[in-house]
Structures are given as structure tokens and as C-alpha cells.
Design a protein around this ligand. Structure first.
Ligand SMILES: Cc1cc2nc3c(=O)[nH]c(=O)nc-3n(C[C@H](O)[C@H](O)[C@H](O)COP(=O)(O)O)c2cc1C
Length: 188
């Protein structure tokens, strides 16, 4: 089987529109009906949802409350309104690939096993690591199934530059997760 991977020259937000177009095409080819997207503000989530068939289940994962301090959830209200209108689920919860591990390393130094998993996935790209992470979060929230393939989309700080097709798992079965395809990622 031959498939194409789109490599962006550089990581970052400027790849968002092209990435969404690639996701749209591959989703239609494979008939995948569940997409999980990392969008802290909801901005990329709105762009994605606008270009995808409304029957598709889209989950917009934002940062956990307090990621930037206080108890703030970063979804912006104007994006939340649009996402709600389009029937997109918005989810905020503990980050599966840092979690309490980050609390331990922040306090005592060193690195925990789960953070090593995250660092290893970042060898591909930030967005590939994010795709794996948010698929587990969405699966554990009961928002996507674990018995069929889904598309997971992430980026580097802002916007979107990576998309993978994977079979999600719940966090207790992490090593059963399968990354089946890379749709796009930055090369640099
Ligand atoms: C749960 C979660 C974890 C994330 N982890 C990272 C990360 O480790 N590295 C990174 O560059 N971006 C990370 N991001 C950012 C996303 O990949 C994406 O670029 C961003 O949320 C897009 O948001 P926007 O639509 O507001 O621009 C994370 C986002 C979320 C929601």
C-alpha cells in the first residue's frame, strides 16, 4: 500500500489551513468519523469544524484549567459559541502525557516515565505527541471510541501542523495504542 505524507518545511501555525485540507481529504478517503483536535483557544477547532462534514464527531481538546495560571480555561468565548453551534465537544482535563508526573518533576526535579514517553513522541513532532495525548484524554472522557481509527490533530504551540491516524486507547492500556498513519508533520 502506498500513501503520501505531507511534510511542512517548518513547524507552526502557518500550516493550519493546509493541514485541515489534508485531514479533510484523508478522512473522506478512509471514512473516519471521529476527529480529535488540540486547540487551546478554540480558534483552530473552529477552522477545522467549518471544513469537515457536520456528521463527523469532532472533539476540541483545550489545555487543562490552570495551565496558564489561576483556574482559567483557555477556550475563548467567541470560539466556544461557534463550536457549540456546530455540535463540537469541548474537553478540558488532565494532560495524559504529563499529568501528576509534571507535578513531581516540577517539585523534585528529574523526569518521570510518562514525560519520557512524551519526549520520545516529540522526536516526530510536537503535534504528533499532542495527537497521541489528546486521543487518550478524549477516549478517557468517553468522547471518542477505542475500537476504530480516529484522526488526531495537533500543532506546535499555536495552530495545527501534524495529523495522525491512530487507534486510541484508555490511559491504562497506553502501550496498546497504534499509530497507523501520519497524514502530515513538520520536517524541521
Ligand atoms: C492538551 C494539550 C497539550 C499540548 N501540548 C503541546 C506540546 O507539548 N507542545 C506544543 O508545541 N504544543 C502543545 N499544545 C498546543 C497544540 O498542539 C496546538 O498547537 C494548540 O492547542 C492550538 O491552539 P489554538 O487553536 O488556540 O492556536 C498542546 C495543546 C493541548 C490542548
Amino acid at each position: 500500500m502506498e500513501k503520501t505524507i505531507h511534510y511542512f518545511k517548518n513547524p507552526g501555525e502557518e500550516n493550519t489551513d493546509k493541514l485541515i485540507e489534508l485531514v479533510k481529504i484523508r478522512r473522506q478517503e478512509l471514512g473516519i468519523n471521529n476527529i480529535v483536535v488540540a486547540s487551546a483557544s478554540g480558534s483552530s477547532g473552529v477552522k477545522l469544524a467549518k471544513s469537515i462534514d457536520p456528521d463527523v464527531n469532532i472533539v476540541n481538546v483545550t489545555h487543562h484549567a490552570g495551565f496558564k495560571g489561576g483556574d482559567l480555561i483557555e477556550i475563548e468565548s467567541k470560539h466556544k459559541t461557534e463550536l457549540d453551534k456546530m455540535g463540537v465537544n469541548i474537553y478540558a482535563g488532565s494532560h495524559s502525557l504529563s499529568g501528576v508526573g509534571r507535578g513531581i518533576s516540577n517539585k523534585f526535579g528529574g523526569i518521570t516515565p510518562v514525560e519520557i514517553i512524551a519526549a520520545t513522541l516529540r522526536l516526530f513532532s510536537q503535534g504528533v505527541k499532542v495527537g497521541v495525548e489528546i486521543s487518550i484524554m478524549a477516549a478517557d472522557a468517553g468522547l471518542i471510541p477505542t475500537d476504530i481509527e480516529v484522526i488526531a490533530v495537533g500543532g506546535t504551540g499555536k495552530g495545527l501542523d501534524s495529523a495522525i491516524i491512530l487507534k486510541p486507547v484508555h490511559m491504562s492500556n497506553f502501550f496498546d495504542l497504534k499509530i497507523n498513519e501520519i497524514i502530515a508533520m513538520p520536517r524541521h
